[in-house]
Design a protein around this ligand. Structure first.
Ligand code: GAL
Length: 641
């Protein structure tokens, strides 16, 4: 059964409060508590002088109350004395400026001295608590990349990049060829001459940028692995986790997750709706709920990271402080988000945070408790969820239906060379995911090397670097596969493939794309009942198009079980294509009301109402409900077998 927990900062509160806090957590139905991830200045107030006494007592108190503790390494918040000791550990931004002390995440992943300090503090923690019976898991650092902190242009990063390039290319001549450096006389005579791609007069070479992004991601992987290795050796049997963010692609989460036991993420549906690309209408309609696919999208993405094991490490319990506008959740939404995580297979949902802080940057961020310790809305809803979960019992495994192939490298590639401002990978992926979900389908978002047996259809929103082996594997599945625009359009070195795009896909879907266009907002190519916007590709082929513009130019081409989509689709086209693909393999689809979403877990179906009005489930099911009502109110959840 899914567990509940919260994020707690004993160092923020007088010690006299700890025992009562722990008692109330347990009373609320929580069994896990995450602590410690920002506490470096209290653990080591002076260089090499550790103060364990308070943390010992905090751990004893929480453990004594029956809570399992997730202990964070504090490396997202190096203390002032450490930064003053090695000021070049600070990251350098794209303008060449230092990212200074005074908030958090003020470090460069490539600084070897800082890495040494991280290893030291991690080893000290694990030596002290590695075998403590109260410690059930470790969290490495906190939210890699939060506040735009993956890519740094520091001296350490430049040196690390050169070493990385030397490992990747046999010699500098090979690098010059791969990057096409003859263009604009960008050729190098040695690796030592190569700088990070920043502060150039006009855009830097996209191949240079892509390699820098690959390097920056690898730096996160090795930074994380160093901590994982220490934790594994010193604290056997505990889960090692990291907490990922929403709509964040700056490093390869699949690669980091290979070293973890559990992928966790921080779910702030209202903040994400406000901060990302959603339309004004969506921002208003879902202001207090979040868009119906935001939370689910990340649940399905992060479930695909660490062999299916995932948690919500931080769940919004009320208004947050960090978006442009921060409305309070509609009553019932904290419960809905929590049950939705259960429906998608989470092992834990932990609320951020236990009590709202009366000081510091986040004093407007709600907790389960108000600063005066009175139960806030989140606390009441957490209690309700605890009894819902008990009523539901153990849920069966997530079904295998649609696999959506996700590539972090694709996101970097399109950022390095968008060719049209509105071609944004995450939006393309989310649009396709959303279209599948509006048809009531269950989706697994998986890396391109994931085993795909058992799935009924595959959607690759875009795979610009598409190996011949992957094309062969997908064709061999014999189930419908859709490739989105720009698939196969680049080699691994960021060049246009021989014989033109879609490169390796041409052997399976015989088309050639000699020209692509990006389209400004309002410049639309009219199809038969649908619109192509943002992006359109010209196709040469003998195949007859499955979908075309009104002037006859083709948009979708099918050959055998594979399809290629030569433009940025709207909802009509997506739903037409996915309905057709689903029919080919006899998967049932429904046209759901706009605000309703379904999710299956074992033999149980969940329905979630994200809208501001009640929804009649009569057309969806006549089964008796385990929780909820057939006229599902706003923020309502219903389940049936
Ligand atoms: C997360 C972060 C937490 C806290 C929270 C506020 O990004 O991990 O430490 O800042 O946001 O919503």
């Amino acid at each position: 059964m899914m567990r509940l927990g919260c994020c707690y900062y004993p160092e923020h509160w007088p010690e006299e409060m700890w025992a009562e806090d722990a008692r109330r957590m347990v009373d609320m139905g929580l069994t896990r508590v995450r602590i410690g991830e920002f506490a470096w200045s209290r653990i080591e107030p002076q260089p090499w002088r550790y103060d364990w006494a308070w943390l010992d007592r905090a751990i004893e108190t929480l453990h004594g109350a029956g809570l399992g503790i997730i202990l964070g390494t504090p490396t997202a918040t190096p203390p002032k004395w450490l930064v003053d000791k090695m000021p070049d550990m600070l990251a350098i931004d794209g303008q060449g400026d230092e990212r200074r002390f005074g908030s958090r995440r003020h470090y460069c992943f490539s600084h070897l001295g800082y890495r040494g300090e991280c290893a030291r503090i991690t080893a000290a923690l694990v030596e002290r608590y590695g075998n403590h019976p109260g410690i059930v898991a470790w969290q490495t650092d906190n939210e890699y990349g939060c506040h735009d902190t993956i890519v740094s242009y520091s001296h350490s990063a430049a040196q690390g990049f050169r070493r990385w390039l030397e490992r990747r290319y046999p010699d500098v001549a090979a690098l010059n060829t791969a990057w096409g450096n003859v263009f604009w006389s960008q050729e190098y005579r040695s690796f030592a001459e190569i700088d990070p791609p920043f502060l150039t007069v006009t855009e830097p070479n996209p191949a240079h940028v892509l390699d820098y992004r690959r390097f920056a991601s690898d730096e996160v992987v090795s930074f994380n692995r160093a901590q994982v290795d220490i934790l594994r050796a010193g604290s056997p049997g505990r889960d090692i986790v990291h907490n990922y963010m929403g709509f964040f692609t700056e490093f390869d989460h699949h690669a980091v997750s290979r070293d973890l036991d559990v992928a966790t993420w921080d779910n702030y549906p209202i903040g994400f709706l406000e901060q990302f690309w959603f339309s004004r209408d969506e921002k208003l309609r879902y202001a207090r709920q979040g868009h119906p696919d935001i939370a689910a999208f990340h649940h399905d993405l992060y479930r695909g990271c660490a062999n299916g094991r995932w948690w919500v490490m931080e769940q919004q319990p009320g208004p947050v402080n960090w978006a442009a506008h921060n409305p309070a959740p509609m009553p019932g939404m904290v419960r809905l988000w929590t049950l939705e995580a259960a429906a998608h297979g989470a092992e834990l949902v932990s609320y951020f945070r236990w009590r709202q802080a009366p000081f510091g940057q986040e004093m407007h961020h709600a907790g389960l408790l108000r600063p005066d310790s009175v139960d806030d809305v989140g606390a009441h809803e957490a209690r309700a969820v605890a009894s819902d979960l008990a009523a539901l019992g153990d849920l069966g495994p997530p079904p295998k239906s649609v696999a959506l192939l996700f590539s972090y490298e694709a996101a970097w590639l399109f950022e390095a060379q968008p060719q049209g401002r509105s071609f944004r990978y995450m939006e393309l992926v989310f649009g396709m995911y959303s279209a599948l979900r509006r048809m009531g389908l269950d989706v697994d978002i998986v890396p391109v090397d994931a085993p795909l047996d058992g799935y009924k259809m595959v959607v690759a929103p875009s795979l610009p670097i598409l190996g011949a082996d992957l094309v062969e594997r997908l064709a061999g599945l014999g189930i419908p596969v859709l490739f989105g625009p720009r698939s196969g359009s680049r080699t691994r070195d960021f060049q246009i493939p021989d014989g033109l795009p879609p490169g390796n896909l041409r052997s399976a879907v015989p088309i050639t794309i000699p020209c692509v266009e990006s389209l400004r907002e309002g410049l639309i190519e009219q199809g038969d009942g649908f619109d192509i916007n943002r992006w359109f590709e010209h196709v040469e082929t003998d195949l007859v198009a499955e979908e075309a513009l009104t002037d006859g130019r083709g948009v979708v081409y099918a050959n055998g079980s594979l399809r290629y989509l030569a433009g940025w689709p709207d909802e009509v086209l997506l739903s037409r294509l996915f309905t057709r693909m689903a029919a080919e393999v006899a998967i049932e689809t429904v046209a759901l009301p706009a605000d309703l979403r379904l999710r299956r877990a074992g033999d149980m179906t969940f329905a979630f109402n994200y809208g501001p009005e009640p929804i009649d489930l009569g057309a969806i099911t006549d089964r008796p409900l385990i929780i909820g009502e057939h006229l599902l109110p706003p923020a309502g959840v219903a389940t049936w077998r």
